[in-house]
Design a binder for this molecule. Structure first.
Ligand code: IVH
Length: 695
């Protein structure tokens, strides 16, 4: 679980690391934003510490290892007792070692531990005078902090008045729950502000902001209760002698919020094993908590143990933070994809520069809906804070606005359904294809009718939508049983267009198997793969009889693709049967089915390329505009022709190319062929060569 420390190789790198850490820390404490995410900052500081351990004479005075995290800001209020930070452990072994060293220090085993979540917010000291909340101070540099008393009244769990008129200081963490964070960003962007990158930044920014036209609530959890100089001496003595768990109960009784109100209340444990079990429990529910935690804090519970352990300048020796893996990282938003779900919901998905979070590489994150993108003011190229907790789908918290360079581009929203081309219903937050649940069917039918598949002229998207909406077509096969009367009954369907469409549908029945297969839209089998499969197996029956191993005999189909193609074809079996029953051709002209493996040894097997055509064994590239007998052929049809004639088509010229068919306007591919000394043919020459295969 421990992330490695940054590796610092020389003094210059050390100085740079110190500077980066100081800048990040200063930015964080001044504005609640940082160019470094937590884990990167931790790694850097540990790298700095490692270098300093090996080069104690070179330690720089402003190194972040030497002081309490954070920097004092001018005008700070002194703390009566320093607000310390915590040392970290990252594994059960490190934790056990810490307990052993603590036992050595105090001369006996720690009697009892208190175990509570490490809340991911900002430390704050709340001073109560005779029961009234009078001052709120941030941690600052630990010895003095900023007066943020203007926030009194906006923090849930920190009442203006305690249940008893006591003078005490409550210490704890101010944070925003997920709901508060979302509300904060909504309000902030509505007022023209930049959204906060994450709940902690939001809490930091909100706490420090003095004059705001609006208030956004935050939440407080207490983790300390201590006397102030004015505290009644009896109470002061009591507070100094009480166990941490008792102080927490006392704080709760005074009306202050503590972790006792959460799903992960502070508990006490007698043994290391019990503590570690609790650490596991808390880690397991982390993702479901309505607030962020970045670890578990374990404290010696008894005041006597704490006093015996004492404190260093940075952290007490009686407490430790058991850090959980970071769940947030900063990365860049590269693109936004729009995916259409089964019900027609059009959902944006962020494509990220890959980033590792807690052991997995994250490349995509959910973006919910277009309004969400607008609300967060996301732009392409933005640095974004990505959060992945547990098994939850990673999400973008917000752009890190201060890292903007000005080169960021707006995210373009689709104007038509990216799958079927219909209009989009934008009346709800979640956009939906106007075809709703039919979107997928419309898209797959339009694809099947396309020029490179069944080539059914007159069956454009509008007509397909009409056929689907009227219920006349529920799958591809239904097209082939449409009647003249059914079509004539449709709006905007005259006799001529009906007859033309029926003729085109009828002609489509005779398309070669490769195109029928392509029309089925099996994932991973586009035009050229469909041709290869069809030429290899020659009949649909042979394709359907193939298992994953046999499927791999087709060039370009490997161990990964083969099973998914086989499985998808099995799923499509009813549709294929229906198509065959409707008279759709299921054979590939010119191809012969492969000899089954058992017979191959006797009769000698053949491969799908070796058809004895004029292009056998040749790789052919077509470039420029085709003329003469080839004029009407699309690129796809040219490729089909090449393959029918025994060759292989390719789109780029290389040393492996055998022939380049260069039509009018051929450019760089022709030049490259000349340079490499590759045989060139005009469209007419090529047409003559493959004359027997032109149909
Ligand atoms: S005890 C003297 N308990 O973590 C002991 N701190 O990384 C100091 N924190 O500065 C704090 N949850 O802001 C304590 N349950 C908890 C905590 C907690 C969060 C924060 C606190 C501290 C920082 C150290």
């Amino acid at each position: 679980m421990t992330t490695p420390a940054a590796v610092i190789v020389d003094e210059a790198a050390y100085a740079q690391a110190v500077e980066d850490a100081v800048n990040a820390s200063a930015a964080y404490y001044a504005s609640g934003t940082s160019a470094l995410d937590d884990e990167t900052y931790d790694r850097l500081v540990r790298g700095i510490a490692a270098w300093e351990a090996a080069h104690p004479d070179q330690v720089l005075p402003d190194s972040p290892t030497g002081k309490v995290a954070g920097g004092a800001v001018e005008g700070d209020v002194p703390h009566t007792v320093a607000m310390l930070s915590l040392d970290n452990v990252f594994s059960p072994e490190e934790f056990t070692a810490w307990t052993a060293s603590l036992a050595r220090r105090i001369g006996h085993q720690v009697e009892r531990f208190s175990v509570e979540p490490k809340l991911d917010g900002l430390a704050i000291a709340a001073r109560y005078t005779r029961g009234r909340l009078t001052k709120l101070i941030t941690r600052g540099d630990g010895t003095a902090g900023e007066d943020v008393s203007h926030s009194i009244g906006t923090i849930e769990g920190l009442p203006r008045e305690l249940t008893e008129p006591v003078t005490v200081e409550v210490r704890g963490e101010v944070l925003m729950t997920t709901a508060q964070f979302e509300q904060a960003n909504e309000v902030r962007t509505a007022h023209g502000g930049q959204p906060f990158a994450n709940p902690r930044n939001a809490a930091a920014g909100t706490l420090r902001a003095k004059e705001r036209a609006y208030t956004v609530p935050m939440t407080f959890f207490g983790y300390g209760l201590l006397a102030l100089p004015d505290t009644d001496t009896t109470l002061a003595k009591q507070l100094g002698e009480r166990a941490h768990s008792d102080l927490m109960a006392q704080a709760a009784a005074l009306g202050v919020n503590t972790t006792a109100t959460t799903a992960v209340p502070g508990i006490t444990s007698e043994t290391v094993e019990e503590v570690l079990a609790r650490v596991k429990e808390i880690a397991a529910v982390r993702a479901e908590l309505p607030f962020g935690i970045d670890g578990i804090v374990i404290k010696a519970d008894l005041a006597a143990d704490q006093q015996a352990a004492g404190a260093g300048t940075r952290a007490p020796r009686w407490a430790i933070a058991y850090k959980l893996p970071a769940v947030e990282k900063i990365t860049r938003l590269l693109d936004v994809e729009w995916n259409v779900g089964r019900t027609g919901i059009i959902a944006p998905r962020a494509v990220l520069e890959p980033v590792e979070i807690d052991g997995s590489t994250i490349t995509y994150a959910t973006l919910h809906n277009p309004a969400d993108i607008t609300r967060r003011d996301l732009r392409l190229g933005d640095h974004v804070m990505v959060r992945r907790a547990g098994d939850v789908i990673p999400r973008i918290e917000a752009p890190v606005a201060h890292l903007r360079t000005g080169d960021e581009q707006p995210i373009i929203f689709p104007e038509i359904c990216p799958r079927c081309g219909a209009s989009i219903d934008t009346s709800e937050q979640r956009w939906r294809c106007a075809n709703g649940r039919n979107c997928h069917l419309v898209a797959s039918l339009s694809y099947a009718a396309g020029r490179d598949q069944l080539d059914i002229e007159g069956l454009g998207a509008t007509r397909v939508i009409q056929l689907v909406e009227t219920g006349l077509v529920t799958d591809l096969a239904d097209l082939f049983t449409l009647t003249r009367d059914q079509l004539l009954a449709l709006e905007r369907m005259g006799e001529t267009s009906t007859d033309n469409l029926l003729a085109a549908i009828s002609a489509a029945k005779a398309q070669p198997l490769s195109r029928v297969l392509c029309a089925l839209g099996v994932r991973g089998t586009g035009r050229s793969m469909s041709r290869r499969i069809a030429r290899h197996f020659a009949t649909m029956d042979a394709i359907r009889a193939a298992d994953a191993e046999t499927m791999q005999q087709v060039e370009g189909i490997g161990t990964e693709k083969a099973p998914s193609i086989v499985a998808e074809l099995a799923e499509l079996a009813p549709l294929i049967d229906k198509l065959a029953a409707a008279g759709v051709n299921m054979t590939e002209p010119g191809a012969t089915p492969p000899v089954p493996a058992s017979d191959a040894a006797e009769s000698g097997s053949q491969t799908d390329d070796a058809q004895g055509g004029p292009l056998t064994g040749m790789t052919v590239v077509v470039t420029g505009t085709m003329t003469g007998p080839l004029e009407a052929l699309s690129r796809n049809q040219m490729n089909e022709l090449i393959e029918r004639a025994g060759g292989r088509s390719s789109s780029s010229v290389s040393k492996k190319t055998s022939l380049v068919v260069a039509g009018e306007g051929a450019g760089s591919k022709r030049t490259k062929a000349e340079t490499l000394g590759i045989r060139l043919a005009t469209p007419d020459e090529f047409a003559a060569l493959v004359a027997n295969h032109l149909n």
